[in-house]
Design a protein around this ligand. Structure first.
Ligand code: PEP
Ligand code: MG
Length: 544
């Protein structure tokens, strides 16, 4: 038996077989091939696919950023179609009898060097483009080679790390637990695991992957952060018992269903749930959440290969609102960027993506995307009790602009005779120190604040939430964070707004009393934590 230890992000026990998550291999290897025609056919197929992708990107860019900015994609299409480029690839395959990936990589290097040495600055710049189109071709060549690691049985997924897009693409029905060598507890992957009520351990270290094999038996202890490989009889018996006890304990909490979120002294609070998509609603209802305090709408974008249309979004939002039958549903507008990357957005690579072009910054500068989402949201508002909130706010002017978008969209719907509700609450996330510090100015502009402690922590403590080496420095209870939350609560109430917490700290029951004393009105937590927080609230006496 081998034992590895990491940090638990969801406390539960899983026992089952290991499945190592295999990612597409992007490293190009030189391989000898015997069927030259088949290899050329692969190139032709990848080219056709790449051209179609580029056409889609071009069309979107044309609509959103105009002809001048979209032009680069038509240049890419022309380069892909270039006779010399294609002849070079096919010649290398033919004369050297090598695989398509290698032929493309060599061609890319040759052409990039040729462009780089030209006198003309415009031609020099094409050097990066030829690399770009070649990388696209190589990625598309291997698209049909992605290894599927999940079998028919439920498995414990083990990986070096998982990106949010990879996590959402896994078939949840088949995942017993996640264990990753890297990662941090506030990362979106960890949040997704929590939302799915799946035991998850992160940061078990590099040795882990080197020592495990597909199909081995394992037991995951999401309480202690341990994973046992080929557990011995005693360990297996202990883990089976612990699993049964955990299930029984969670059943006990279910007795709190239907009970009020009220402290011993009679203070009432709302306990809502966080979701990433329509698929989480079952868990919200099962755990008796009073509403949805955070719908991370970007997961609709992450699950898609292209921008979700107004109709697709409308259908999803309407479904959530109808399922919640009049209970509050707060949908956060698109929060893409940083670790939540979507290829079709074609965002430039950034040195510091968490401090980069993301969330509201994308929405305000790519108005077509924002307007499409707001139209879908307002149309859906006719079917329930909607709240809309904006992420990553740092200034008054951003809120002003976002509100202007809302007004414009409402006016548009009115002229088109399309129904929407006049009672949509508007809120902003307090997830930057800037927003907390100017919360006195922001509060009069909105109906509510929702504190995103995950980002507020990373920006206040200068600790990248993706960096697993910083866990010991990233003190989520740091006085600076608590003071910023308290300041925001005071300012919200001064101006008649309410305040909730929707970051992971909302589920930290060691802070529930502190937050209640600050006047926090709402906690929004992963569905599996709703009853745990209710239990805590019901045992607190604020008069003591
Ligand atoms: C947060 O930052 O606390 C938050 C709720 O948003 P997200 O985790 O999606 O960034
Ligand atoms: Mg955030």
């Amino acid at each position: 038996m081998l034992t590895f230890t990491g940090k638990s992000v969801y406390s539960a026990v899983a026992i089952g077989k290991i499945s190592i998550f295999k990612r597409r291999d992007t490293e190009v290897k030189r391989e000898h091939i015997s069927d030259i025609d088949a290899e050329k056919a692969r190139v032709a197929k990848a080219k056709e696919y790449s051209l179609a992708q580029l056409q889609t990107i071009y069309d979107k860019a044309l609509k959103e950023v105009g002809e001048a900015n979209a032009q680069i994609f038509s240049i890419h299409m022309m380069m892909l179609d270039d006779e010399d480029y294609n002849d070079s690839i096919n010649n290398i395959i033919e004369t050297q009898q090598v695989n398509a990936e290698y032929a493309i990589a060599v061609t890319a290097d040759n052409f990039a060097e040729m462009f780089a040495t030209m006198e003309d600055a415009y031609m020099q710049a094409r050097s990066a483009d030829v690399k770009d189109i070649s990388n696209r071709m190589i990625a598309n060549l291997s698209a049909d080679n992605i290894e599927q690691s999940v079998t028919d049985d439920k498995v414990i997924i083990c990986a070096d790390d998982l990106a949010p897009s990879e996590t959402v693409s896994l078939d949840k029905e088949k995942v017993l637990a996640f264990v990753t060598a890297h990662g941090s507890s506030n990362s979106h992957t960890a949040i997704l695991a929590r939302n799915m009520n799946i035991p998850a351990i992160i940061g078990v270290g590099d040795e882990f992957l080197a020592q495990i094999k597909d199909g081995q038996n394992a037991a995951v202890d999401g309480f202690t952060g341990e994973i046992y490989i080929e557990p011995d009889e005693d360990t297996l018996a202990r883990m089976t018992k612990k699993q049964a006890e955990d299930i029984a304990q969670k059943k006990l909490l279910l007795e709190l269903k239907g009970k009020e979120n009220v402290t011993l002294d009679g203070t009432k609070v709302n306990i809502y749930a966080n979701i990433g998509g329509v698929g989480n609603i079952g868990a919200v209802l099962q755990n008796d959440a009073g509403g949805i305090g955070l719908f991370r709408s970007e997961f609709l974008y992450l699950e898609n290969d292209d921008y979700p249309t107004e109709e697709q979004q409308f259908t999803a939002y309407k479904k959530v609102l109808e399922s919640m039958a009049g209970k509050k549903v707060i949908i956060r507008t698109l929060d893409i960027g940083a670790d939540k990357q979507v290829d079709y957005f074609d965002l430039a690579k950034e040195e510091n993506p968490a401090l980069g072009y993301r969330a509201i910054r994308i929405c305000l500068t790519r108005p077509e995307i924002f307007k499409t989402q707001l139209r879908a949201l307002y149309r859906a508002s006719a079917y329930g009790n909607l709240g809309i909130m904006f992420p990553m706010i740092i200034s008054v002017s951003e809120v002003e602009k976002a509100l202007q978008f809302c007004e414009a969209v409402k006016a548009e719907l009115k002229t088109e005779n399309i129904e929407y509700s006049d009672n949509v609450e508007i809120g902003i996330m307090i997830e930057t120190p800037a927003a907390a510090m100017i919360s006195d100015k922001l509060a009069p502009m909105v109906d509510f604040f929702s504190v995103g402690t995950n980002d507020l922590t990373q920006y206040t403590l200068a600790c990248d939430r993706q960096n697993s080496n910083l866990e010991e420095f990233c003190d989520t209870h740091h006085e600076a964070i608590l003071r910023l939350i308290e300041l925001s609560a005071q300012n919200a109430h001064k101006h008649g707004a309410w305040i909730g917490i929707c970051g992971e700290l909302a589920a930290d029951t060691t802070l529930t009393e502190t937050f209640l004393r600050m006047g926090i009105d709402e906690f929004s937590v992963s569905p599996g934590f709703v009853l745990k927080v209710r239990n805590e609230v019901r045992n607190i006496d604020l008069n003591k």
